[in-house]
Design a protein around this ligand. Structure first.
Ligand code: PLP
Length: 398
């Protein structure tokens, strides 16, 4: 029986659920871009974005998605032919490295597979072997959205410091900013990229590149920054149009202002704690299902699991069947398996992802878990019992 009428939960790992306040803020006529409220909004957005990333340094705003933010960051720090170390824990780490190669950067990759985090000893060995300090930057993701692996960013900084290696530390926080704990300045991150449509709860279309003074010094010798991607005018805009190198993304800015108000109200510590509790409830449910059946968390070790997204191995074609069932019958859209197997490989139908980033609360997560539990029963996919009790117990104790 179809039980899908009612509010739908788009539980894919981005775009995330848009809060009503964000939607309402965007529903307005086009504003004057030359003076007035829009200028005031940008003046307040910049310090708030820095507060979310725990930094006093620079943030440049772009009209682009996450891939654009990748390219923006890369083009400001590299010269063609520079060397970089790319740390790969899934599809997104690989994608950022590939983007750098397309710009002419020589990227040596360390690939840690699809279920493990960056191994700090392996990174230390690679940096230690680089006696002439030719590696200009270490590129990593905090959370790889395909595998749901989370990496230890403070640990990477400690490795660089211990070896006295001058490479920049560049981090993709597109999935994890305003979800998982992150301290740009305290963790010594030189470049951080993020985008509007995940933890920041705003439609896709804004990219953000944060950078340290040290990264700005690298900008000096870079030969890849073009007029549009150059971060300098964007952080030292003398005229308003320079913030976006052209017309501002008017409605996105109203939406982002409303989202940042929600973030301010809740506070970063509480936001991190909420996502951590919701993630633990999901893990408890998947563990219970897996006790008697094929379902299994992709990341075995709890300490390296993302709080933004959970990748579940369901075996055979069960991932796709379950996704289809909950979408049609229960009003829940789950994420596809991404980069876990090639699309022709039947194993790619055996993976699904639950997005739980941004504007997500206990009843949404319990509802999603309940819908998945129902789908498992409807489809006759073997699973252990008590998943919802386990999840509720975790949330009751949070
Ligand atoms: C979503 C995501 C991207 C890509 O962002 P787009 O907006 O789709 O270009 C890159 N890296 C990570 C970690 C992501 O989660």
């Amino acid at each position: 029986m179809n039980l899908s009428r009612g509010s739908h939960y788009l539980a894919i790992p981005g775009p995330s659920v848009m809060p009503e306040a964000v939607l309402r803020a965007m529903h307005r006529p086009a504003p004057n871009i030359y003076t007035g409220e829009l200028h005031d909004i940008v003046d307040t957005i910049i310090p708030d974005l820095k507060q979310v990333a725990k930094t006093d340094q620079n943030v440049a705003l772009y009209i682009c998605n996450g891939h654009g933010a990748w390219e923006a960051a890369l083009s400001n720090v590299f010269r063609r032919g520079d060397k970089a170390l790319g740390l790969v824990t899934g599809r997104f780490g690989e994608g950022w490295s590939a983007t750098a190669e397309r710009l002419g950067v020589e990227v040596a990759r360390l690939d840690f597979g699809r279920r493990a985090a960056v191994d700090l000893d392996a990174v230390a060995a690679a940096l230690d072997a680089d006696r002439d300090h030719e590696i200009r930057a270490v590129m990593t993701v905090q959370v790889d959205t395909a595998t749901s692996v989370k990496n230890d960013i403070a640990g990477l900084r400690a490795v660089l410091d211990r070896l006295g290696h001058p490479a920049l530390l560049m981090v993709d926080c597109i999935a994890s900013l305003a979800v998982d704990e992150f301290h740009m300045d305290a963790w010594g991150v030189d470049v951080m990229v993020t985008a509007s449509q995940k933890g920041l709860m705003t439609p896709p279309g804004l990219g953000f590149v944060y950078f340290s003074q040290k990264a700005d010094a690298a900008r000096e010798r870079s030969d890849l920054a073009t007029a549009y991607w150059d971060w300098r005018p964007r952080v030292r805009a003398e005229a308003f149009y320079q913030y976006f190198n052209g017309t501002a993304p008017t409605h996105h800015l109203y939406g982002l202002r409303a989202a940042l108000d929600l973030i301010r109200e809740e506070g970063m510590e509480q936001i991190w704690a909420r996502h951590a509790a919701l993630a633990r409830a999901i893990w408890a449910a998947v563990d219970a299902w897996g006790a008697a059946g094929p379902l299994e968390l992709n990341v075995p070790e709890p300490g390296i699991r993302s709080h933004a997204v959970t990748t579940v191995r369901a075996g055979g074609g069960a991932g796709t069947r379950l996704r289809d069932w909950v979408s049609v019958n229960a009003g829940l859209t789950l994420g596809i398996g991404l980069g876990m197997a090639s699309p022709e490989d039947p194993a790619s139908d055996g993976v699904f992802r639950i997005g739980h980033m941004g504007y997500v609360n206990a009843q949404m997560v319990m509802g999603a878990l309940g819908a998945i539990d129902t789908g498992l029963k409807a489809l006759g996919i073997p699973h252990g019992s008590g998943a919802l009790e386990e999840a509720a117990t975790v949330l009751a104790r949070a």
